[in-house]
Design a protein around this ligand. Structure first.
Ligand SMILES: Nc1nc2c(c(=O)[nH]1)N[C@H]1C(S)=C(S)[C@@H](COP(=O)(O)OP(=O)(O)OC[C@H]3O[C@@H](n4cnc5c(=O)[nH]c(N)nc54)[C@H](O)[C@@H]3O)O[C@H]1N2
Ligand SMILES: Nc1nc2c(c(=O)[nH]1)N[C@H]1C(S)=C(S)[C@@H](COP(=O)(O)OP(=O)(O)OC[C@H]3O[C@@H](n4cnc5c(=O)[nH]c(N)nc54)[C@H](O)[C@@H]3O)O[C@H]1N2
Ligand SMILES: [Mo]
Length: 765
């Protein structure tokens, strides 16, 4: 029998200590933390050399999030603490070579924690795991490509292969990758977006005619009110805090809606302004609504009812409109139906469901009533629920009532995660491509692209589990740990004949393998990418639709690394041989050639090669921003969204799985969650102190967590209880440790995003 391979990080505790949650984010502590994380991976000179290029014009685009860069950049420090951690992680001096894999069996590696795996350093050469073997062994690039080509060409149908993408991949690599996959003959292009902002894309396309946000950074500085709902920017988009600080200085009010009092939403001390280091810094949030998990629709409906009441009272005294009726009349449809359905609800019931007092709701509505330049920002707190699309559409309803779209200082702002996740979608990384896009591929590249929709992430896992797909290839990411239902996904991957990962760092997905497996190590964004003797650059689209360049400066971590573009081009060559209508090597020789083809294929990229060389890049067309809605009737749509109900028994909880301050998705930088006062432990469960009393549980007690869906029990072992300021019957754990509890079939309506933020669980001692 083969030794056991573990699909999860071991359930071992590491020694929790607790402190009070912090009241201010960033400041001097962030500067010190930056230096500490840099020093763990490289010398300070190299580290700060790198940081000085981060997010600078013509420099390296930070891979830690998709938040845009301001026009005026601080000459030395246009980065944040967590951007520095991301850079340290990639540009580390540590290396994994062939000896490393000779020393450890796969099962031994799987006994290590995710944190340990990530800390071993950069992958340096292609590795092969042969059938029945316990160790990865070196393989040449040529043989690796031949092996994949042989397996791909032997499939009964191209739809038996799955091609995943994580959101760090550049526009150039992403475009070439989808071109290869479609010429191969399938639309099986699931991506991390399926688990992330897919719900935003679906909700915004239906209501406003574009799946992207409508604001630019400039709008932040002109907004009168910014709502931050279901997002923790202090940890996940720290550079947003300086934009919020500037907005506040311009008189903007901030409303935060979150089950937790997140430090980054309270006060901010600019880390690059030593005068900010003393005192509490800039107070950010004016009104903090500590909503229950997944009670946002109830809260938003309550706010809308209050706004309508204020409007009525105003009308009777002949005052200015609270609701923008002229916008509603000329630009929208569905208002009457929306208002009619709203009458079903009683304000008191909605308030109670949301966990927010009527007084706080009225105060918030009073503030909204006075202003009509409102921006709504959101992230995973809205997108990862069964009713995620409804959450976002209810937020859109509120903006439409206020006429807060299609004008400056107002609009939608889904804050994206991975630095190029939005760009990858623009490039065609999508399992349901539009016919017009496929027509363009046909016209420009002379082949018939597949028309049938492909698998999204959840469908891809099920297809592998059921034996309908046998070959899994990932362009970046950590599919096993990022997806729900870890043990189920593990079986799905183990069902494959071949699993291939194009990666920079070792992760658990390399250990849960098909019959054979390959690791193909690639260049990271910090590294020089030389093709044909000429240094190439790539391009990225940020969360606000600006496309700009990114160019690495470090020598590659190893002489054997290839760029993602080169890997795709070589693989395509090996698969198609002389049969292809595309000159893959020409694309690889000079990335301008890829950009020329993107220009011919995708709207908004006219003169791509010139515009991408401009210092600030260029802005893609965005109808919603101009008040032009590309829906079927060319109007913005009010929608009817049910208030979700969770009938919890006394001993049941609604669990959200969130990020600590020391991680990037499945990459664990450290074991602390500094702002929340949780140190040296990831296996924790945040619980309301009164819930502890009610169930006879104690602070720091060790418990197991269970979920039970469709009669099937899933278990996550060994978590320590942290009493925390969180609404009753709501609990929080970290992703990916708790992913094992999320059943594969628990996904959002329409968008199919796994429900990572509202899983019903029980606690057992
Ligand atoms: N340093 C760092 N930066 C990152 C990442 C990282 O892991 N580390 N990940 C990147 C990626 S891919 C993404 S998508 C983003 C993620 O950025 P976020 O969405 O900010 O990340 P999460 O930790 O999932 O946080 C969700 C927030 O929503 C709140 N929340 C949860 N459920 C609900 C709810 O029902 N209602 C409301 N109103 N709030 C709720 C949580 O309390 C938490 O504050 O960050 C990106 N940037
Ligand atoms: N329970 C729960 N699950 C979640 C979430 C949640 O909030 N809760 N969030 C979801 C979200 S929002 C997302 S976006 C997904 C993230 O899912 P993924 O994008 O699949 O996961 P990451 O952890 O970002 O991937 C990390 C790996 O990417 C590789 N990598 C890093 N840089 C590069 C590069 O430049 N090129 C290549 N080829 N590889 C590189 C490294 O090998 C690293 O180990 O997870 C989702 N899963
Ligand atoms: Mo994400």
């Amino acid at each position: 029998m083969l030794p056991q391979i573990h699909a999860q990080s071991p359930a071992q505790l590491t020694g929790l200590t607790l402190a009070d949650p912090k009241e201010s984010a960033a400041g001097l502590t962030a500067v010190l933390s930056t230096a500490k994380h840099i020093l763990e991976e490289m010398n300070l000179l190299k580290g700060f050399g790198l940081l000085s290029k981060l997010n600078q014009k013509g420099g390296i685009d930070c891979m830690s999030c998709a938040f845009p860069d301001p026009k005026e950049r601080a000459s030395l420090a246009e980065y944040c603490e967590n951007g520095a951690k991301a850079i340290a992680e990639e540009a580390t001096d540590k290396r994994i070579n062939a000896d490393f894999f000779a020393n450890y069996t796969i099962s031994q590696l799987s006994e290590q924690s995710d944190y340990w795996l990530g800390k071993q350093g950069r992958l340096t050469q292609p590795m092969l795991l042969q059938e029945g073997k316990n160790h990865y062994e070196p393989i040449t690039w040529e043989n690796a490509f031949e092996r994949i080509a042989k397996e791909l060409n032997a499939l009964d149908s191209p739809d038996e292969a799955i091609f995943y993408t994580s959101g760090r991949t550049s526009n150039e690599a992403a475009f070439l990758y989808q071109l290869f996959v479609r010429q191969f003959g399938t639309n099986n292009l699931p991506d991390c977006s399926n688990m992330c902002h897919e719900s935003s894309g679906v909700a915004l396309t239906e209501t406003l005619g574009i799946g992207k946000g409508s604001v630019t950074l400039d709008d932040f500085y002109k907004a009168e009110v910014i709502i931050i709902i279901g997002q923790n920017p202090g940890t996940n988009h720290p550079r947003m805090l300086s934009a919020l600080q500037k907005a506040k200085q311009n008189g903007c009010k901030i409303i935060s809606i979150n089950p937790l009092r997140e430090t980054g939403l309270l006060n901010f001390k600019h880390p690059q302004k030593p005068t900010d280091w003393v005192g509490k810094g800039t107070a950010l949030t004016d009104l903090y609504l500590q909503v229950k998990i997944n009670a946002d629709v109830a809260l938003l409906k309550a706010l809308i009812i209050c706004l309508l009441e204020i409007q009525q009272a105003n009308e009777s005294v002949g005052a200015n409109a609270v609701i923008d009726f002229s916008f509603i009349q000329t630009q929208t449809t569905g208002y009457e139906e929306f208002i009619k359905e709203l009458k079903k609800y009683k304000l008191e019931d909605l308030a109670q469901a949301s966990g927010i007092s009527l007084a706080e709701i009225r105060a918030t509505a009073d503030l909204l009533a006075k202003h009509n330049k409102i921006i709504a920002c959101w992230a995973m707190g809205l997108t990862q629920h069964k009713n995620a699309v409804g959450n976002i559409q209810e937020m859109v309803n509120l903006l439409l009532l206020k006429g807060s779209i299609g004008k400056e200082g107002a609009g939608t702002c889904p804050v994206r995660g991975h630095s190029n996740v939005q760009g990858d979608r623009t490039m065609g990384i999508i399992e349901k491509p539009k016919p017009q896009f496929l027509d363009k591929l046909k016209e420009n590249f002379g082949f018939e692209p597949p028309r049938k929709d492909g698998y999204d992430t959840v469908a891809a896992i099920k297809a592998m589990y059921e034996g309908k797909a046998h070959l899994f290839l990932a362009m970046g990411g950590n599919f096993l740990s990022a997806t729900p239902d870890t043990e189920f996904t593990a079986k799905a991957l183990q069902n494959c004949s071949l699993t291939v990962h194009i990666s920079t760092k070792l992760n658990r997905s390399h250990l849960i393998h098909g019959k054979t497996a390959l690791i193909l190590p690639c260049l990271g964004r910090t590294e020089k990418d030389i093709q044909n003797g000429v240094a190439q650059f790539v391009s990225i689209e940020n969360s606000m639709g600006v496309v700009h360049s990114s160019k690495g400066i470090l020598p590659p971590a190893s002489e054997f690394l290839l760029s993602e573009v080169a890997i795709v081009a070589n693989l395509a060559q090996a698969v198609f041989k002389e049969k292809s209508t595309i000159d893959w090597q020409k694309m690889n020789e000079n990335y301008d050639n890829i950009r020329n083809m993107i220009e011919k294929t995708i709207k908004g990229f006219e003169n791509y090669n010139q515009k991408v060389r401009l210092e600030d890049g260029f802005y893609l067309p965005n109808g919603a921003r101009e008040g032009k809605f590309d829906t079927w009737d060319k109007k913005a749509h009010f929608t009817i969204n049910e208030v979700p109900r969770h009938e919890l028994a006394e001993d049941e909880f609604l669990m959200m799985t969130i990020r600590s301050h020391d991680q990037f998705n499945t990459t664990i930088y450290g074991l602390n969650d500094r702002y929340r006062g949780i140190y040296n432990e990831r296996r924790i469960v945040m619980m309301n102190p009164e819930d502890l009393n009610k169930l006879g549980l104690e602070a720091l007690q060790i418990v197991d967590l269970y979920s039970n869906y469709g009669g099937e029990e899933r278990i996550a072992k060994t978590f320590r209880i942290v009493p925390y300021n969180i609404p009753a019957q709501c609990i929080a754990t970290y992703f990916p440790e708790a992913n094992v509890l999320i059943p594969i079939d628990l996904k959002a309506d329409k968008s199919h995003t796994p429900v990572s933020k509202s899983v019903v669980v029980k606690v057992r001692t």
